[in-house]
Design a protein around this ligand. Structure first.
Ligand SMILES: [Ca+2]
Ligand SMILES: [Ca+2]
Length: 192
């Protein structure tokens, strides 16, 4: 066999295998369903009312999703149907602080669906930590800014996470430390 013929045959072989693999991929693929996912705050304080939103489900047993100690508002039934595959409900946090997990079942045409998104929430004791008071010592000053910076580097823990989410968007990040800095050094008013 001439070298050119051998190369040509090898190329044809690779092409054939590639077509075989790709056609198997097409016929073997099931059209992926959008993932059901839940969005809830990462933390709240005792007794606080917050929203939980679920996307891409059709039906849910909402009561079963709520951990013991939490309560649903009276408008939320047990089995709910989603309009436009989105459902939001209100939940009140328990009076006992701790780490809790939302579970329960979501359905699409009676078939249970796996739930993605966050299922964990930490409930803190509602305390009188001042807004921006990282160490909860009753004053917001340069030490709080320093500790806040350390926290963003993974080195410190605040007494109450909620107290340092100073723009109240549910996330603690650089924006919050900038706001605390502006308060300490420039007299900017804190809104939380
Ligand atoms: Ca402080
Ligand atoms: Ca924030």
């Amino acid at each position: 066999m001439k070298p050119m013929t051998a190369v040509l045959l090898a190329c044809l072989g690779i092409l054939f295998i590639a077509i075989l693999v790709s056609s198997k991929g097409i016929t073997g693929n099931v059209v992926a369903q959008p993932t059901v996912y839940r969005v809830l705050p990462n933390y709240a304080t005792t007794g606080e009312v917050f929203s939980v939103t679920v996307y891409n489900g059709k039906q849910a047993l909402v009561k079963d999703t709520v951990p013991e100690g939490f309560s649903l508002d009276s408008d939320t039934g047990n089995t709910v149907s989603f309009s436009d595959k989105v459902y939001t409900y209100q939940v009140q946090a328990p009076s006992t602080p701790g780490e809790y997990f939302f579970n329960g079942n979501y359905f699409e045409d009676n078939a249970p669906r796996k739930i993605e998104g966050n299922t964990r929430i930490v409930i803190y004791q509602a305390t009188d930590c001042l807004c921006g008071d990282f160490d909860c010592n009753g004053k917001v000053d340069e030490a709080d800014v320093e500790k806040f910076n350390s926290y963003l580097l993974g080195r410190e823990k605040p007494v109450l996470e909620k107290a340092i989410d100073v723009n109240n968007d549910g996330i603690i990040n650089l924006y919050d430390v900038q706001i605390v800095k502006a308060f300490v050094f420039q007299g900017y008013q804190l809104a939380c």
